[in-house]
Design a protein around this ligand. Structure first.
Ligand SMILES: N[C@@H](CCC(=O)N[C@@H](CS)C(=O)NCC(=O)O)C(=O)O
Length: 221
């Protein structure tokens, strides 16, 4: 499988991360997104008219949406990452995959404006990001009360992988994660997964300061 990749792209990292977690070997083709804007070039637009990366190619199959790539990798290599078979788990995974697009728009937009100096209404994107993070925090703290560490099932799924990168990189867009303890604990749980890989700005667990443990919570990671 070939992945058109950019080291600083959270959407490309989702795909690299899941591939590493499920043991799929990807052939990476580095795209000079910044400053080269190679993703807008003729050859890459022929593969993806939307002019975005990542792009995943497997034989005749061309995928241009990271959520679809996560589904494909999971179904090919480790179907348990798709969540349970029942209607609730399946719908929950889809709910969070759709939610992850809001993270791309809001947290990703804030990060691109702040870090790459792209045009955009930074305060509006930061406000929208805060609404997203509050929703995620509420969902994760509800899950923790039920004794669950992950978003959509009793194990990590592609829903966690789809949401993790932009959340972890929120500070790049000037959005603090300090107010969200359940989000921080969830991010630690993802970093503890065997095979976890990093990207610039997303470090391994041992690089992080210990998380304060709340005595009210039954278990922490
Ligand atoms: N819906 C796409 C969005 C991908 C996306 O927004 N990629 C960014 C890089 S992370 C990009 O290529 N942006 C186009 C640009 O910067 O011009 C997906 O989830 O794969």
């Amino acid at each position: 499988m070939i992945l058109y990749d950019y080291i600083l792209s959270p959407d490309a990292y989702k795909v690299r991360l899941l591939a590493a977690l499920v043991g799929v070997k990807l052939e990476l083709r580095a795209v000079d997104v910044h400053p080269g804007r190679e993703h807008q070039s003729e050859p890459l637009r022929a593969l993806n008219p939307a002019g975005s990366i990542p792009i995943l190619i497997d034989g005749d199959l061309i995928l241009t949406e990271s959520a679809a790539m996560l589904v494909y990798l999971a179904r090919r290599a480790a179907a348990e990452w798709l969540g349970g078979d029942d209607a609730v788990d399946a719908a929950r995974v889809q709910q969070w995959l759709a939610f992850s697009r809001r993270l791309t728009e809001h947290l990703g937009g804030a990060r691109a404006t702040e870090m790459l100096l792209e045009p955009g209404d930074l305060p509006a994107m930061q406000r929208a990001s805060t609404i997203d993070l509050r929703e995620l925090e509420a969902a994760l703290s509800e899950r923790r009360i039920l004794g669950q560490s992950h978003l959509a099932a009793d194990r990590p799924t592609i829903a966690d992988i789809a949401c993790f990168p932009y959340v972890a990189l929120a500070p790049d867009g000037g959005v603090s994660l300090d107010p969200y303890p359940s989000i921080r604990l969830w991010m630690r749980a993802i970093r503890m997964l065997p095979g976890f890989i990093e990207m610039p700005g997303i470090h391994r667990l041992h690089d992080l300061k210990p998380e304060p443990v709340s005595p009210a919570m039954p278990e922490t990671v």
